[in-house]
Each structure stands twice: as C-alpha cells, then as structure tokens.
Write a protein that binds this ligand. Structure first.
Ligand code: SF4
Ligand code: SF4
Length: 551
C-alpha cells in the first residue's frame, strides 16, 4: 500500500506516507490497494464517458457511479475490502458498457474510434487474491521515480481534490440535484489524469480547474440543501440529552437524516445529530420535526468515547468513521458510501433495523439541564445582516473577519485553532464551518452591536457561504476580496478540505493559512510555487499569526 491523502499520514525524516500493513487511520493494505484499483478503474470509465459525451451520449448512471465510487475512497469512509471487490467488478462492467456506446456513436457518425490505453483497457481479476496481484499498476505513486515527486504531488492534488468534489456532488445527487456541466468537467479531468500528465504548469492549471469545478459543486449542494430543506435560519440547538429512546446520526448527508426523521416521526424516539450533522438543526424542513432534539458530542475523532456513551444506535452517513470499539460495534450502522467490516449496512434508505435497535436500547433515563449553542449563519442569514455588518466595519466597530474552520483531527497541535479563536480581539468576527468549530463553538464570544462574534456557517461545503459573503462585502466596499479585512485560517484533514482549498485558490483568495501541517504531497518545490502564486502561509503560533493578520 501507499497512501498520503490525509493530514494524519505517517511522516518521518526519511519517508512520507502510509506504506506499511496499515495506515494511521486503520485502513489495511488490502483495502488501500483495492481502493487504488477502483480509482484506476474509474479513470477508465471516465476515459470512455468523456469521449461518449463529446458524441452526445450522456449516461447519468455512469456519472452517479463515478462520483459515488470516488466518495468510497475518501479518508475514514469505507474500510470493507469485499465491498471494493464488487465496486471494481461493477466499474469494469460500466466501463465496458459506456465503451460500447462510445464505439456505436462514433461508428454511426463515421468517425474513427480512438484506441485508448491505461485504465481504459485494464481487466480486473475476478477475486480478491488475484486483484491484489494487479495492485502495482494502480498504486497512486506507481511511476513517481520516473516523473519525480513534484509531478506526482500535483497529480495527487488533482486526484484528492476530485475525491472531495465528487463526495460533495454525491450529497447533492442524493437530493436529486445534478448538472451535466459538472459531470462533464469531472470526466474531462479524470480523463486528463488517466493520461499520466507530467507538465508541471499544465498540472497546476488543472488543479485550479478542480477548484473551479468544486465551486460549482458547492453551489449546487447549497442549492440542493436550501432548495430541499429551506434556507438556514439562526437556530439555538440543545446540546444536552433529553429523556427517552434515542438515535444518533453522524456525517454530512442531510438526505439520510431527513429519511431517518421521517421514518421515526411517530415512534417516540428522539433523534440527535453528531459532528458535521449539527447545521441540520437550522434547516426549516428538518427542524420542523420536534423529535430532532439535540446535538450530541463533538467532532469525529471523539466518536469512540462519545458513541460508547450514547445509549442508542448510531448511524454513520458519510465520513468520518473510525474503528468501532466493542462497546458499541453491535449498535452502529453505516449507509451510503460508508462501511466497516462486520458493521450492519443500511440499504435503500430503510432504517427499520435502526429503529428496532433504538427501541431495544435504554435511551437516556432523564433530561440533563438544557444548554444550547447557535448555528444557521448561512449566506442568506449573514447577508440579511449585511447593512448592519457594513455599518459596523465603517464605524470601526468590526476591525477584521477571521474564517477559522475546516476539518478537525486528533493531533494535539490542533489546539492552535482553539487558541486562535480565543485570542481574536473583541472587535473581530469569527466565521466558522466544518467540524473544526467544535474546538471552540461552546465558548461565549459575545457580540458586536447585536452581531454575534462567532458565526457558524455550517458544514465544510458551506465554505461556499464564506466565499459568497466575502464577495458581497467586497462589492459593498468597492474592493477585491484580498483587500478586505479578512484572514482565512483553514484547518485541513482530508480530501473534502483539499477540494475547498483549491476552490478558494481558484476564486483568487490569497494569503490563506493552511494547517496544522501541510499535505505530504506538497513537496518543498510545490510549496514554494504555492507561496509565490497564492501567498499560501504555514501556521506559526496563534500569537504570531494573529499579529501578522492584525498588523
Ligand atoms: S487515509 Fe490517511 S491515515 Fe489512512 S492510509 Fe491514507 S494517508 Fe494514511
Ligand atoms: S469537516 Fe472534514 S474532518 Fe470534519 S467531519 Fe467533515 S470531512 Fe470529516
């Protein structure tokens, strides 16, 4: 195995990346190799889908599969090796079907059929043992010795950004939202990757193309969430338990949560959100369910302790799952792209096994004294306060905005973000998003003339809101986004965050602080390029970085 897609990848003086029997996340070598083969095979699907599309043949089933397949390979999503064996076989069949459609369309038009190689002609073995013998060709750094680490690093920036964009796109598809333009661009970029590109300048251009693509995807997902569940509203969310039977829903997928809420509505069971599901409480069509009672716990890396404490079943709808402890393994469920060996998987949105488990488990014996936090500051809510915010900036009451958000993780260095938020001066506003907010979202930061100093914009994909708000402020002040009193301190962990970073760069945002440590695939040369072109900054201490930002 070789994998260096996330922030917790193994690093020492000599070697970067997880390459032993198991990655730091618990992904074993078998699953890692099978994931690489799936990615390789999906590139082959994209090679034909891209060409078929240029001849007018569009197959939504193919687009669905490409994006779902990519999602299964994100960090902390699916650890079930056998599931990847079937996905690889499915990919081969889909690739052969779309190839036939391409050949038929080309022949019908009297055009020559392109002879493709690489993933387009890869024939996966029928069983796991034989598949693993084919893993070398698909390994993400298969030719790194020939092309060098800079080329490989940029290829990975594109690949991992595409993983994040595909995951967001899949969430939108679950709500019935998709766009041909997005699917076409995703296939074009994957076709480009399948050609083993090695021109550094071109690779950088394509990395920004992933950022542009993900801007469109985040906008689509925003429309999907708001169009389905109503615009986010400022909402106080209870964070302490209520007496009664209980189900905990973790992950990002609002569609899954809505199904669970609908199927439990007359059951007397209370539903709680966990991790990135917190912003769900702000959507009118989700908060209308009185049994969506509270948010429980914090960010994903605390799940082994928190799930053990929760007295009911837990449903994981997307990233980030980590090895379930024995104490709750029997009452945890996965759905969609998520999987863990031996953990029950919910198919087709039928949550009856979860409801049965909730009825059989004790639930919370009694109410705990009510405590709340506030969420729901989507772009519509914040832009509704625009006049007030602009006046506060003009009068000097607000001196600077900080975006402190992204992913959380287990490393002690992530306290940087807690300390940073705590030390922001009273005349500054902190916009947060993603699960990094749990580092400080239960703290009181007060307000500036009625504008809360901490505004929770939502999930990590709601970086789209931050970009929209920054654009609106720049318009109001007649300046560029980089001239605003705005500092972005982005905490990354996995591939959704890579996609968001590329989107910010594609949107022209400069001076982003990225931490707590840089992606392993950003070589020293690539970092220099990113610093020169985008003023990408590394974290120092919160004190030093605040001083620079405020200076
Ligand atoms: S996902 Fe991260 S921790 Fe897991 S194997 Fe890959 S780099 Fe290592
Ligand atoms: S913000 Fe990142 S780390 Fe946090 S739950 Fe979402 S994907 Fe996982």
């Amino acid at each position: 195995m070789f994998c260096y897609q996330c922030e917790q990848t193994m690093r020492d003086d000599k070697f970067l990346g997880c390459a032993a029997d198991k990655g730091a996340c618990g992904k074993d070598a078998t699953t890692s190799d099978l994931q690489d083969i799936l990615i390789y095979q999906i590139k082959g699907v994209a090679q034909y889908a891209h060409r078929a599309r240029t001849l007018g043949v569009v197959d939504k089933g193919v687009d669905d599969f490409i994006q779902f397949g990519f999602f299964t390979t994100l960090t902390n999503v699916n650890f079930t090796a056998t599931r990847f064996v079937s996905l690889i076989q499915q990919a081969a069949k889909i690739r052969d079907d779309i190839k036939q459609k391409y050949v038929a369309a080309a022949t019908k038009r009297g055009q020559s059929v392109e002879e493709l190689d690489g993933p387009a002609v890869f024939h996966p073995a029928a069983n796991m043992d034989d598949l693993l013998k084919q893993a070398d060709v698909a390994q993400v750094n298969a030719d790194h010795e020939q092309v060098g680490e800079d080329v490989n690093g940029l290829r990975m920036l594109i690949l991992y950004g595409m993983k994040g964009a595909c995951a967001y796109s899949h969430h939108a598809r679950m709500l019935g939202y998709h766009e041909d333009e997005i699917d076409a661009e995703a296939e074009r970029i994957l076709d480009y990757l399948a050609s083993n590109p090695s021109d550094l300048e071109d690779l950088l251009t394509q990395a920004l193309a992933v950022g542009h693509l993900n801007l469109k995807v985040m906008d689509l997902l925003d429309r999907a969430n708001n169009g389905t569940f109503g615009n986010q509203e400022i909402t106080k969310v209870r964070i302490t338990p209520v007496a009664g039977k209980a189900i905990l829903v973790s992950g990002h997928d609002l569609h899954d949560l809505s199904q669970i809420l609908e199927q439990t509505k007359d059951s007397g069971i209370n539903v709680y959100t966990h991790g990135e599901m917190l912003p769900a409480h702000a959507y009118p069509e989700l908060k209308k369910y009185p049994h969506l009672v509270a948010n429980f716990g914090g960010a994903w890396q605390q799940q082994q302790r928190e799930f053990a404490e929760f007295p009911g079943p837990v449903v994981l709808t997307s990233n980030c799952i980590i090895e379930p402890a024995r104490t709750y393994r029997q009452r945890i469920f996965t759905t969609g792209p998520v999987g863990w060996p031996g953990v029950r998987h919910i198919e087709n949105g039928d949550y009856r096994p979860v409801i049965q488990a909730a009825k059989a488990l004790p639930g919370f014996k009694q109410d705990t004294q009510e405590e709340t936090i506030t969420t729901g500051f989507g772009h519509d809510t914040v832009l509704g306060l625009a006049d007030k915010v602009i006046d506060a900036v003009k009068s000097g009451a607000i001196k600077r905005f900080f975006v402190i958000g992204g992913c959380d993780g287990a490393k002690p260095g992530r306290n940087y973000y807690t300390d940073l938020a705590d030390q922001t001066p009273d005349n500054t506003v902190v916009l947060t998003l993603g699960c990094a907010k749990y580092r400080f979202n239960k703290r009181a930061y007060g307000d500036i003339g009625g504008i809360p100093r901490l505004l929770d914009l939502g999930q990590c994909n709601d970086a789209h809101s931050a970009i929209k708000i920054a654009g609106a402020l720049a318009n109001a002040f007649g300046c560029g986004v980089n001239d605003l009193p705005l500092s972005l301190m982005i905490s990354w962990f996995e591939q959704k965050a890579t996609a968001v970073l590329l989107s910010l760069l594609a949107a022209g945002v400069k001076g982003i602080h990225l931490g707590p440590s840089l992606p392993a695939y950003l070589t020293p040369n690539l970092l220099t390029v990113m610093q020169e072109r985008f003023d990408l900054r590394v974290n120092h201490t919160p004190e030093e970085d605040l001083k620079i930002a405020l200076g």
